[in-house]
Design a protein around this ligand. Structure first.
Ligand code: NAP
Length: 281
C-alpha cells in the first residue's frame, strides 16, 4: 500500500477544500506550529509541516520560542493563539525541553483547534465515539485502509501497541468502524498467535522487526506504523520481505504510514477552519 501516493491524494483534496472555503466567503485556514528550542529532528518535522501547509494554500503562522522559555510564557503564547481568530489550528511540537510540562500546555489548546488530536478533550470525544479532531497518524492508518476499501465492519482487527499517540486511538477508530478489536501490548501472551487472528493487523510497538510471517494470517492486511533508522536506512516493526509473501496488502517503511501524518494534519486544519467559520465543505 503506497502511503506516499495516498498522502498526495489527501493533500490535493485539502487544497481543493481550502479553495472551496475561500470561494464560499471564508478565510484560508491558518496553522500555528509552535517549536520550542533547537531540537534538530523537531526542526525538520516543523519545517515539513509548514511547507505542506503553505503548499495547500493555508497560512503559515509558525511561532518559535527559545529553549529556555518559562512555562508561563509558553502558556501565554498558547493562550494568545487560542484566542486569535486567524489561527485555525495549533500544533505544539513535542517533545518539549525537560523543564516544561507538555500536558499543561496541551490542555490550553481548545478542542476545536487541536489539529494534532492529542488533547484529553479530543481523546475523550474519540473514546465516546463523538465527532472531533482525530490524531493524525491513526487517522492516516484508517485513510490507507479506506483507500484500499478494506472491509472493517465485523473484521477481526488486532492492534499491537496501546500508546496514547498511536495504538489506543487506532483501536478506537477501528472500533468506531465496527471491527472486532483486540489490543496487544508488552504483557500480551502468545503475541504471534493473537496476531494471526487478524484480518487487519496494525503494528505500532516501536520494536524493529517484531512481526514476522508466523504472526500473519495468509491474506491479512498489515499496516506497519513503526519507524526505525538502521544502517540500511528506515525500516518498521514488520519484517517486510518475509511478510509480503503472506499478507494480501502491506505498508512499506518508508513510504507507508509516515507520509500520511502530515496529510492528515492538513485535513484536520481545514476541517477545523470550516467548523470555526460555520461553512460546510
Ligand atoms: P510507544 O509509546 O513506545 O508505545 C509502544 C507500544 O507497544 C506500547 O503500548 C507497548 O506496550 C507496546 N509494546 C512494546 N513492546 C511490545 C511487544 N514486545 N509486544 C507487544 N507490544 C509491545 O510508541 P508509539 O509512540 O506508539 O510509536 C510506535 C512506533 O510507531 C514507533 O516506532 C514510532 O517511531 C512509530 N511512529 C510513527 C509515526 C508515523 O509514521 N508518522 C508516528 C508516531 C509513531 P506497553 O503499553 O505495555 O508498554
Amino acid at each position: 500500500m503506497d502511503g506516499a501516493a495516498i498522502a498526495r491524494g489527501v493533500r490535493e483534496q485539502v487544497a481543493g477544500d481550502v479553495a472551496r472555503l475561500v470561494a464560499a466567503g471564508g478565510t484560508a485556514p491558518g496553522l500555528a506550529t509552535v517549536l520550542v528550542g533547537e531540537d534538530p529532528a523537531s526542526e525538520v518535522y516543523v519545517r515539513n509541516k509548514r511547507r505542506s501547509c503553505a503548499a495547500a494554500g493555508m497560512v503559515d503562522l509558525h511561532r518559535h520560542l527559545p529553549g529556555d522559555v518559562t512555562q508561563a510564557d509558553a502558556a501565554a503564547l498558547v493562550d494568545e493563539l487560542a484566542a486569535d481568530p486567524a489561527v485555525s489550528g495549533i500544533l505544539l511540537q513535542l517533545p518539549l525541553p525537560d523543564h516544561l510540562d507538555p500536558g499543561e500546555l496541551l490542555a490550553r489548546i481548545p478542542v476545536g483547534k487541536d489539529v494534532d488530536g492529542l488533547t484529553v478533550g479530543n481523546a475523550g470525544l474519540l473514546a465516546q465515539g463523538l465527532p472531533g479532531l482525530r490524531p493524525c497518524t491513526p487517522a492516516g492508518v484508517l485513510e490507507i485502509l479506506d483507500h484500499h476499501e478494506v472491509p472493517l465492519a465485523g473484521a477481526e482487527a488486532v492492534v499491537v501497541g496501546r500508546s496514547v499517540l498511536v495504538g489506543r486511538p487506532v483501536a478506537q477508530l477501528l472500533l468506531e468502524r465496527n471491527a472486532t478489536v483486540t489490543i496487544c501490548h508488552s504483557r500480551t501472551r502468545h503475541l504471534a498467535e493473537v496476531c494471526r487472528r487478524a484480518d487487519v493487523l496494525v503494528v505500532a510497538a516501536g520494536i524493529p522487526g517484531l512481526i514476522g510471517p508466523e504472526a500473519v494470517r495468509p491474506g491479512a492486511v498489515v499496516v506497519d506504523v513503526g519507524i526505525h533508522r538502521g544502517p540500511q536506512g528506515l525500516h518498521g516493526d514488520v519484517r517486510f520481505d518475509a511478510v509480503q509473501d503472506v499478507a494480501r496488502l502491506l505498508t512499506p517503511v518508508p513510504g507507508g504510514v509516515g507520509p500520511m501524518t502530515i496529510a492528515m494534519l492538513l485535513a484536520n486544519t481545514v476541517t477545523a477552519a470550516a467548523r470555526q467559520q460555520g461553512i460546510a465543505l
